[in-house]
Design a protein around this ligand. Sequence first.
Ligand code: HEM
Ligand code: NAG
Ligand code: NAG
Ligand code: NAG
Ligand code: NAG
Ligand code: NAG
Length: 358
Amino acid sequence: MARASTGSSSSALVSKLLISSLLLGCYCLVSEAQTTPPLVKGLSWTFYKTSCPKLENIIRNRLKKVFKKDIGQAAGLLRLHFHDCFVQGCDGSVLLDGSASGPSEKDAPPNLSLRAEAFRIINDLRARVHKECGRVVSCADITAIAARDSVFLSGGPNYRVPLGRRDGLSFATREATLANLPAPSSNTSALLTSLATKNLDATDVVALSGGHTIGIGHCTSFTSRLYPSQDSTMNKYFASQLKLTCPTATTDNTTNLDIRTPNVFDNKYYVDLMNRQGLFTSDQDLYTDKRTRPIVTSFAVNQTLFFEKFVYSMLKMGQLSVLTGTQGEIRANCSAPNSATTYLSSIADEEEGTSAAF
Ligand code: HEM
Ligand SMILES: *[C@@H]1O[C@H](CO)[C@@H](O)[C@H](O)[C@H]1NC(C)=O
Ligand SMILES: *[C@@H]1O[C@H](CO)[C@@H](O)[C@H](O)[C@H]1NC(C)=O
Ligand SMILES: *[C@@H]1O[C@H](CO)[C@@H](O)[C@H](O)[C@H]1NC(C)=O
Ligand SMILES: *[C@@H]1O[C@H](CO)[C@@H](O)[C@H](O)[C@H]1NC(C)=O
Ligand SMILES: *[C@@H]1O[C@H](CO)[C@@H](O)[C@H](O)[C@H]1NC(C)=O
């Protein structure tokens, strides 16, 4: 069984598999090159093969340009997919105007605030994809592919994403949003309990938390560990540096989640934890708790293992309560359900897309 491409020999293996899968006209690549959880009914590896064959190229080529200007957007897009999936399933509902951490939400608490630019990037990708193929690809699928490309283009593993998600018709309540996203102040027990409701186990919890190898956090997400008294599990020098960034508990400032390689998707997040330099309680406690500590250590010493487990857990997360088949819809605008758009403008969108496809 081969693993996610992390070295030249495995990428050579991947291209060999790719060539043989093309020759044989099958999609052996997936089952052989990547360990995957069972697919949910309605999702498939080849969903847009005939309806939008260029889909993944369009997204990757566009994101390469976006990240060249600002690699921080990769973190924003990865977190967007996480918030989408954890609240009401991966149905693009986080993208809707009015959702608790959505594009129009000006007073979401900072622990929820997603980057405004991430929503614009998804809408721009949707426009490019629909121009090429017509309105056939969902906003939820575009978000899942964008998250994968964010991981890969930041230095992480490449992997295939099962597709066929449909977009939800409504966004989750603020209460449901808060109830489904664990707080950064959570300890490991709370995380394990919370994620178990989504059928995610301790390995999934540790692997998915590795998403914090890129991106930033606001002071208010971690200053309870500094004031009024310092969390004893935090490295003292690290704490003194954080106090310079956040002189008060409510300073509006941000800092990197991974102090070693803040913009690279690698296993250094786990090395941070072993050095008591995890930013949130939810991060650092994974090394304190006996149940998860060996998993943290195993990822810190073996990046290949981390990449393998991360891909597996992302595929599990990416299939949470998805809508498929005739459920939901394919949104013409990721920020609004189709019922909110006029009939004429959505028809015009489709015709433009159809003519561009020929
Ligand atoms: C396990 C429970 C999790 C908790 C408690 C948590 C909490 C947080 C918090 C509080 C922030 C910073 C928000 C801010 O202060 O601005 C953050 C950022 C981030 N999270 Fe998580 N998170 C969790 C899981 C995940 C997962 C599963 C992923 C993806 C696989 C992820 C990816 C990210 C990324 C990439 C950022 C940086 C975003 C940016 O730079 O814009 N997190 N997370
Ligand atoms: C976010 O902060 C609000 C108040 O600022 C709090 O009620 C909520 O529980 C926090 N949620 C998360 C997910 O951290
Ligand atoms: C973890 O957090 C929960 C909820 O805040 C608390 O009841 C529990 O005592 C904590 N467990 C440990 C081991 O600190
Ligand atoms: C924000 O953090 C930077 C870097 O640590 C620091 O130099 C600056 O003073 C902080 N801003 C405020 C308002 O405290
Ligand atoms: C690291 O993990 C990979 C993937 O599970 C495994 O094949 C490899 O033997 C491990 N390397 C070491 C040095 O343990
Ligand atoms: C998409 O929907 C949002 C929310 O209704 C709206 O503000 C925006 O103008 C729409 N975009 C387009 C291109 O129609």
